[in-house]
Every structure is written in C-alpha cells, then in structure tokens.
Design a protein around this ligand. Structure first.
Ligand code: ATP
Ligand code: MG
Length: 338
C-alpha cells in the first residue's frame, strides 16, 4: 500500500498539521510506504510572493524532518521538482470536464473570497467586471493537478480530511474514466482517514479548523512559535460561560478542543479539572513538551541548509523512475508518440 500526504507551503505549519497529518505519517512509516510532498505548485493558485514560497518550501521540508519523517522510509519531495506531475496534469485535463472542475467547493469558496462578487464559472471566468482581483486559472485546475500527483505515483491510499473528499473523488473519477476509455493505466486510489488523526480547531474560533491560511493568527499555534507566544495564545483561547470542564462539542467547542489537544499531546485521557485556567496551564505544558524537541531539531537542521536540499534530491531520485513509467503508460494509452 502506498500513500501520499501533501503539505502546502502556504504559511506556518501549525499544531493541527502536526497532530492531524505529520504525526500519523511518522507513526505509520514503519508499516506503510508513504510519500511526503511539499505541494509548492498548489501554493501558487493564489497570489504569492516568490521569495516567501521558496523559503516556506524549505521550512516545511525541514519541519517534516524535525517532526520525525525518516527520508529513507518516506521519500520527501518538492512537488515542482518532479516534472511528471505537470506532464500528467495536462493529460488528465483532457479527460476532465470543465463542469467537474467548476463544481469544486474549494474553487467556489476561494475564488469568491479572493474576488468578492466573482460568480464564475457558469458566467465565464473573468467575464463580469465586478471582481476586484483576478482569479488564477490554476485555482480552477488544481484539483486535476492533485489527481495527477496521486495517480503518477500509483498511490493506493490518500489520507484525507473532509475538505479534500471532493478532490479525491475527482481523482478517482479521472482514473476510472481514463482506464475505461484508453485501457488500464492508473491505480484507482482510496481515501483513508487515519483513525487517530485529530481535527484541531482554531483557538480563537472553535467553529473553524486551525488553518495556515486563516486571516488571523490569534487562534493558531505555529510549530515554530516561541513558548511565550504559545502560552499567550492558549491563555486567550475562547471558552464559554458554562464553567464546567467537559467534552461537549455541541455546547462547549472551545473547551472540547482544548481537551482534545491535551489528549493528543500527552497520549492520555485528560483528568478532571475544576477550572478553565488549570486546563489551559496543562494544555500549555503539554504543547510545549511536544514542540520543544521539534523546535530544537529544526534549529539544528537549519544550520545546514544544503542538507534539506539533498534530502529533496534523494526523494526525487527515489520516486522518479516509477513516475516516469506511469507517464509513459499514459502517453502510450492516450495516443502520443513515445
Ligand atoms: P491551508 O489553509 O493553506 O489549506 P492547512 O492548514 O489546511 O492550510 P494543508 O497544507 O492544507 O494545511 O494540510 C496539510 C495536512 O494537514 C493535511 O493532511 C490536512 O488534512 C491536515 N490538517 C490541516 N489542518 C488541520 C487541522 N486543523 N487539524 C488536523 N489536521 C489538519
Ligand atoms: Mg488545507
């Protein structure tokens, strides 16, 4: 079974990324063959700064290593360094319908957020004069690129959160359609939800998930945040006026989130608490105990910037032969000269 887990270098990796994706990846890497991908091309679907993109790509790679990704078991790759991703992307665009891409909820949400008043694509992207910022065509086509990322590596399983379900379905549709029309070429991937993968909510708005791209950083714990900032973020976490510490996602989402973070960080069920303050102090200690060694390892790895680039080159060398073979199969099937 081969898996692929992607991380977009769109901002600072946070506690949600660690508990929901990085730790399951590290924990399962003995038994499951995974590829860890820094999705730099996906980070270009919205307005971006070239310097920041390069810096974040290296930062995310370094943090994955610092959190325990073993590059000998888990090839660590930068999306753009493997051109077969983009080559297969085009072939898959030729089996994807415009309507299928346009239906993607993330496209609708992000295009609307980026350009208030934008109501494409049924009226034609860029047609109206209302939008305040252009929506990149890559925002529309990126789920097809994501399908290419998955299919090119013959991935069997993709760990997905709810926000990615629709994209995984598209990858399955495109693989199935291509196979039916042009002959067996791709593995049709399955979505898996690692059982222990937690979904961590924003500390300032527990109705939203903690996210790199949330406008405010008030509810986010960055993996490289200094201890003092972490303490402040947790002490300001939104709770409620109930005054009882208990697991109640419906009525006490903030407290429930803190309890979940505590349980995830310590690996134990939380004890009884008589005050929110005491709970927050223990959450702070538990988060600090988890992040301190990662920060330390990150600092060590950052002393030698060449090292991470070498690891990425090794990851590329490890996955490329199979990716080339898949593209060759697809090219042949769809009618291109070899
Ligand atoms: P963005 O806002 O740019 O989409 P993100 O915070 O959602 O950033 P991604 O790079 O999209 O992060 O996701 C990386 C991995 O982390 C994915 O496997 C995703 O499911 C997981 N992940 C992201 N946010 C959380 C969260 N709050 N709790 C648990 N897992 C999360
Ligand atoms: Mg995301």
């Amino acid at each position: 079974m081969k898996r692929l887990t992607g991380f977009q270098p769109t901002g600072n990796l946070h506690l949600g990324n660690l508990l929901g994706a990085m730790r399951p990846l590290v924990r399962d890497q003995q038994e499951v063959g995974s590829i860890a991908m820094i999705a730099d091309l996906h980070a270009m679907t919205m307005e971006h700064d070239p310097q920041v993109l390069r810096q974040k790509t290296l930062e995310v790679a370094t943090l994955l290593l610092a959190a325990g990704v073993d590059p000998k078991r888990t090839p660590l790759i930068a999306h753009s360094q493997i051109p077969e991703h983009t080559e297969l992307h085009y072939l898959l665009e030729c089996v994807c319908h415009f309507g299928e891409a346009a239906r993607m909820i993330q496209f609708k949400e992000k295009s609307a957020a980026h350009s208030p008043g934008f109501s494409a694509p049924s009226e034609g992207p860029g047609a109206g004069g209302k939008q305040s910022a252009p929506v990149r065509l890559s925002l529309l086509s990126y789920p097809v690129l994501m399908a290419a990322d998955i299919l090119v590596h013959d991935v069997h399983q993709v760990p997905v959160g709810e926000d990615q379900n629709q994209h995984l379905e598209l990858a399955r549709t495109l693989a199935t359609r291509f196979n039916a029309r042009y002959g067996e070429t791709f593995v049709v991937p399955e979505g898996v939800r690692p059982e222990s993968a937690a979904r961590i909510m924003d500390l300032a708005d527990p109705s939203a998930k903690m996210s790199k791209s949330a406008r405010s950083s008030a509810g986010r714990i960055g993996l490289l945040d200094p201890p003092e900032l972490i303490r402040r973020t947790i002490s300001r976490a939104v709770t409620d006026t109930v005054g009882v510490v208990r697991h109640d996602p419906e009525n006490q989402p903030g407290v429930t989130n803190l309890l979940a973070i505590l349980a995830e960080c310590t690996g134990e069920a939380p004890g009884a608490y008589t005050s929110y303050g005491a709970l927050k102090r223990d959450v702070t200690d538990a988060v600090e105990a988890l992040l301190a060694p990662i920060r330390k390892r990150y600092a060590e790895l950052s002393d030698d910037p060449g090292y991470v680039r070498e690891i990425l080159a090794e990851g590329k060398a490890a996955v490329r032969p199979a990716a080339l073979a898949t593209v060759r199969r697809a090219r042949g099937a769809i009618g291109l000269l070899d």
